[in-house]
Every structure is written in C-alpha cells, then in structure tokens.
Design a protein. Structure first.
Length: 256
C-alpha cells in the first residue's frame, strides 16, 4: 500500500480557497453535528460548540477550539493570494488583480506588503508607508513612504470571489445552497490531530516553519482564522509549510 504522504503535493486548484482535502491527512472527522442556523464559516476555519451543542465559528475567546470545518456554511467564498508582484510609483494607486479584499483590525490589517512574500522588510499600512483601498483593491505609497518611488513589492491578501469566479470553479452561483445546507444542516468537523492545508489564515502575518498558530479573535475581525498573533492565547497547532506564490495554502499541524 502506498503511503498517503506521497500525495503531499499541490493539486493545482484554480484558486487557493478552503481546505485542500487531497493533501490534508486526518483520522477523526465527525459528520453528525448540527450547525447553528445563524452561523457562517468557510471550509478550513476553526469552529467551536455553543451551549446547545451546535457548531459555530470559533471566536478566539474560549480556552479551546472544537475543530476545523471540513465544508462551507456560506455562499460568499474568499480566495488567498501570496506574493502578487506590483510596482508603486509616486502617490498613484496601483491596482491589484482583485477587488473586495478581506480586512482585519489592529496594527496589521488585511494585507501584507513587503520586499518578499514571507521574509524581507514588511511595510506599515498607513503612516509611513502605504494606504490600501480594500473595496477597489489598490495600494498607494504615502508621501513620506519608506518604499522607494518606483519600487516593487509583494502583496499577500484575501479577496471575495465574484459570481464569475465561482462559476469558473465549477459551481453554480445563482440559487445555490452552501455545503452544510445541502447536508440537511449537518457539518463534518475535523477534531483530532491532523495535517491540514488551509487558506483560512491571516494574510497580513508572516509565517515561518514551527511558528505557533493561534485562533484569531473577534476583536481583530479574525474569528475562525489561523494566526500567529499573540493577541489570542488559544494555541491550535504549528506551521509546517509556509505559504508561497506557487502554493498559497498554509500547512498546519493541528493539535486537535
């Protein structure tokens, strides 16, 4: 029998979104949990249980997480981009490849602008370096920016898929139900120790192999996301593969 570890390579999906189930390795995934009717989440996000034993999006404020959602409970998917290479001239806005970017809160917002995709100098959003228009998907140098005029940078971010994007993924956007609704409001949750490839991580952070991973908090607008931020105290695993431009998925050793 061939070890499943031989299959740990990028499958080549059109976009980095949700969980790469062909590479992820897990033993415990239970599908007999009811999903809270009002809750939403994306495949690959961290989830928890409420007092009624219904699955909800993890808020990062409890002492533990329940597991990782295997399927979507939303019709608003996001995709992750790592290392988009753009040039910034003067104080003229440069368009990214996508609009409607994910925004967060705190010192690092929803994008990462740096000299390299996962290392190098990380520039500061706002003063002194750049401004980001999250709706229009643009980056612009500020007047006193430390980014050289005409300099090239690498940008990491998440963006909301359009109807055309969803159709290109082979899905029916119009009048479609999410995965959990199709399954009679039941959700499969990966609960045990596992190796996961997920797109559901804070794109503004820098990740390195063996970094501790935490559950993002509501206050940072990162509920359900993996992050290296010290704001959350709930450690959920470690990084074993850093995201790259060719393979934007974050490799996670999930503690369960």
């Amino acid at each position: 029998m061939v070890s499943p570890r031989w299959e740990a390579y990028q499958v080549g999906a059109q976009r980095c979104m949700g969980l790469d189930l062909k590479r992820s390795q897990y033993i415990d995934d239970f599908g007999n949990y009811d999903a809270n009717a009002a809750a939403t989440w994306r495949a690959g996000q961290l989830v928890n249980l409420n007092a009624a034993q219904e699955v909800i999006l993890d808020a990062g404020g409890s002492t533990s997480v329940f597991g990782v959602a295997k399927y979507d409970k939303t019709t608003a998917p996001y995709a992750t981009v790592v290392g988009e290479y753009i040039q910034l001239n003067g104080i003229v806005a440069t368009n990214l490849a996508h609009t409607n970017l994910l925004t967060a809160a705190g010192g690092a917002l929803g994008v990462r602008v740096a000299t390299l995709p996962m290392t190098g100098t990380v520039y500061t959003e706002g003063i002194p370096d750049y401004a980001c228009n999250y709706v229009n998907g643009t980056i612009v140098r500020t007047a006193g920016s430390t980014i050289p005029d005409g300099g090239y940078v690498y940008v990491n971010y998440m963006y909301a898929l359009t109807a055309a994007d969803v159709l290109q993924e082979g899905r029916n956007f119009w009048l479609s139900n999410d995965d959990v609704t199709i399954q009679d409001n039941r959700i499969t949750v990966i609960t045990g120790q596992s190796t996961l490839f997920t797109s559901q991580y804070d794109p503004s952070e820098t990740y390195a192999v063996n970094d501790a991973l935490y559950s993002g908090t509501v206050g940072e607008l990162l509920a359900g996301y993996f992050t290296v931020s010290a704001t959350s105290t709930i450690q959920v695993g470690k990084v074993f593969q850093i995201p790259t431009a060719d393979d934007p998925f974050l490799g996670v050793t999930f503690t369960g």
